[in-house]
Design a binder for this molecule. Structure first.
Ligand SMILES: [Zn+2]
Length: 371
């Protein structure tokens, strides 16, 4: 477990129990500092989804597309304090903040070569293009909700960190965190807020965030942290601001120590106003691609540590689900649902801290006792 020394900083949507509208307006009001200056006024954790826009896959395809719908169903049934909101699609102009126009056109119009489609891992279809746009839109809306006072919001999908500016890879078409980071910075600036918004991408998916690392190379306003399996995909890694590599079979103690090390590096070198958290479920021991052995308790401790870290610093977090390929799909859904439980506890603390009305009635149910 080593840090590359090349170290450079989370997303969400909210829902009000018993109804109410999803809120994620463009732009913000006044204020001169970043995270801590934003009042907590959103009365539920918002979570944006696009799973009803079906990405058609051939029979026997190995991507577990059903997990998104299963997670949404479980959230609706078990965590009523999460408001589920339909994601809007990202526009061409928004995608162009992180992607080449020619690539955006190729995805939109069906111009991807067979090789490009193989590298993405999905066959092109209009549904694939629409879903990719909405997955980016979900992270954008989650970032807005987190920044506008929620403190935490989420994309039920997203975390498509293998997408580069000019190509997709590894089940990733567009890079949602990259587009959202740049768009939030632009909206922040247009609202006249100073200083400029700095964003940290905390990528704890088991696979390295190569696309994000490449897009933000040389950009001092975005810090990329990746904690990932050394011998796992992608086999050609890109230097993040901080990379921490893990050996195959890594268990809870070493994994949590690596996360701690990454957050310490981040604290030491960067002051974010927003964290986009890629809460991948694939480090879990039940994952068929992850190669690590992190238990349910270890995954929960990881999520809690990230949220506590952000809470202590008053930094809003937007969360994306990233990868999860459980041998049993229910395992992945269980791990992700638990991430939402931790996020809800974080949201509740944030609202109490902000003195938001109704914050205490959110209906959070703890998985493993009180926080
Ligand atoms: Zn992954």
């Amino acid at each position: 477990m080593t840090c590359s020394g090349n170290c450079k900083l989370f997303v969400a949507v909210q829902q009000k129990p018993g109804g109410g509208r999803c809120r994620a307006k463009r732009g913000w009001g006044g204020g001169e500092t970043q995270a801590a200056s934003i009042p907590g006024t959103i009365a539920a954790v918002q979570a944006f989804y696009a799973d009803h826009f079906v990405l058609p896959l051939p029979e026997g395809h190995r991507f577990p597309m059903a997990k998104y719908r299963l997670l949404r169903d479980r959230l609706a049934a078990e965590l009523p304090a999460v408001r589920l909101c339909q994601a809007e699609p990202a526009s061409d102009g928004e995608l162009a903040l992180a992607h080449d126009p020619a690539y955006i056109r190729a995805v939109s119009e069906g111009g991807l070569s067979p090789a490009a489609q193989r590298e993405i891992g999905f066959p092109w279809s209009p549904g694939m293009a629409e879903r990719a746009r909405r997955s980016v839109g979900a992270t954008v809306q989650a970032c807005r909700a987190a920044l506008q006072g929620g403190g935490v919001a989420a994309n039920l999908a997203g975390g498509t960190h293998h997408a580069y500016a000019d190509k997709g890879s590894g089940f990733c078409v567009f890079n949602d965190a990259a587009v959202a980071a740049r768009l939030m910075q632009a909206e922040w600036g247009r609202a006249g807020r100073r200083p400029a918004l700095r964003v940290a991408i905390v990528d704890l998916d088991v696979h390295q965030g190569n696309g994000s690392a490449r897009i933000f190379q040389g950009d001092g306003s975005v810090f990329t942290l990746s904690v990932h399996g050394a011998r796992n995909f992608p086999f050609r890694k890109e230097p993040s601001d901080c990379d921490i590599e893990l050996p195959d079979g890594c268990g809870d103690d070493d994994y949590l120590a690596a996360v701690e090390q990454g957050l310490a590096e981040l604290s030491h070198r960067f002051e974010p106003g927003l964290v986009i958290y890629l809460a991948g479920a694939d480090p879990h021991e039940g994952d068929r691609l992850g190669r690590l052995r992190v238990s349910d308790d270890g995954m929960e401790a990881r999520d809690r540590r990230v949220f506590d870290w952000a809470q202590q610093r008053g930094i809003p977090v937007a969360m994306a689900m990233a990868g999860g390929y459980g041998r049993d799909i229910e395992t992945t859904v269980r791990v992700q649902l638990n991430t939402y439980r931790v996020a809800l506890s974080h949201w509740q603390q944030w609202q109490r801290r902000a003195g938001a009305p109704g914050a205490a009635e959110a209906g959070v149910r703890w998985q493993n006792g009180a926080p």
